[in-house]
Design a protein around this ligand. Structure first.
Ligand SMILES: Nc1ncnc2c1ncn2[C@@H]1O[C@H](COP(=O)(O)OP(=O)(O)OP(=O)(O)O)[C@@H](O)[C@H]1O
Ligand SMILES: [Mg+2]
Length: 253
């Protein structure tokens, strides 16, 4: 049973035992300008499942992911480890869900790389030695240990992306929600990220345009188009259906 330490008081979460990692039922969401970005989305992801979320630009992938930790809230039902995504549950939900945003500039706000990566563990109330150990480990996992004292703001896009990933890994989340994690990464960084994700036995929902990444890493694939889920099934089978992929602006790997 996962235990989250919050200011030295361990918080035990009974919901987590049998619940699905992520559940969405009949989720609709419109942006303030009236654009309907999610239409009747239903999706269930079991604990430990690795799921790719694909679809053309504007399909609604980022909008969907941002519902999962309450950045945006639409109509319908969303649960994380059995906990409804409601204001009162957000601290726990944000401890469960490690979210990497599409744009790393939305994620990095501390003066130094180290402070960005240490921020999550620090605010979980962990002791400072543990905070340092977690930050060092996460930086090593993304190959950025030499960047600890650099200024996050001045890094290249790919470097920022890797630091953004480290800010989430340092929190040891139960569920990884990544929005285009390989965007901007060079081939070697992309390869090491794939190996890292492959080795992690936790729940993942990853939005990507990288169909080779889907093929290598994800048994299950959800395809979105126009705010709707148009397919949800075996990645191998869906990737074999060239005509269907083309009809949604996608290509085979
Ligand atoms: N703040 C906003 N206000 C109004 N409409 C928005 C806003 N953000 C996104 N949208 C619209 O919502 C739709 C879904 O956008 P979203 O960013 O979720 O797409 P996406 O599938 O993540 O695309 P991409 O592959 O380009 O990242 C798009 O039509 C977009 O124009
Ligand atoms: Mg997006």
């Amino acid at each position: 049973m996962p235990i989250h330490h919050h200011q030295d008081k361990p918080l035990i979460v009974p919901h987590a035992v049998d619940a699905a990692a992520l559940t969405l039922r009949g989720v609709n969401f419109a942006y303030p300008d009236g654009h309907q970005a999610l239409k009747n989305i239903s999706l269930e992801i079991a604990q430990g499942e690795k799921v790719a979320l694909v679809g053309p630009n504007g399909a609604g992938k980022s909008t969907l992911l941002l519902q999962l930790n309450g950045v945006f809230q639409g109509e319908g039902e969303i649960q994380v480890m059995g906990l409804p995504v409601l204001e009162k549950n957000l601290p726990l939900i944000r401890a469960y869900v490690g979210m990497v945003f599409q744009n790393p500039d939305d994620q990095l706000f501390s003066p130094t790389v180290f402070e960005d990566v240490a921020f999550g563990p620090l605010h979980m109330g962990l002791a400072s030695a543990e905070v340092r150990a977690r930050a060092a480990e996460a930086l090593q996992q993304v190959g950025m240990e030499a960047y600890s004292e650099r200024l996050s703001y001045h890094l290249s896009l790919g470097e920022k992306k890797r630091i953004a990933i480290a800010t989430v890994l340092s929190m040891h989340p139960d569920i990884l929600v990544f929005d285009e994690p390989t965007g901007g990464l060079d081939p070697r960084s992309r390869r090491s990220l794939i190996e890292l994700l492959d080795a992690m036995e936790i729940t993942m929902l990853v939005s990507t345009h990288d169909m080779r990444l889907v093929q290598e890493l994800f048994p299950r694939m959800v395809i979105m188009d126009g705010g709707q889920i148009v397919a949800d099934g075996s990645a191998q089978e869906l990737l074999a259906d060239q005509a269907f992929l083309h009809s949604h602006g996608l290509e085979q790997p």
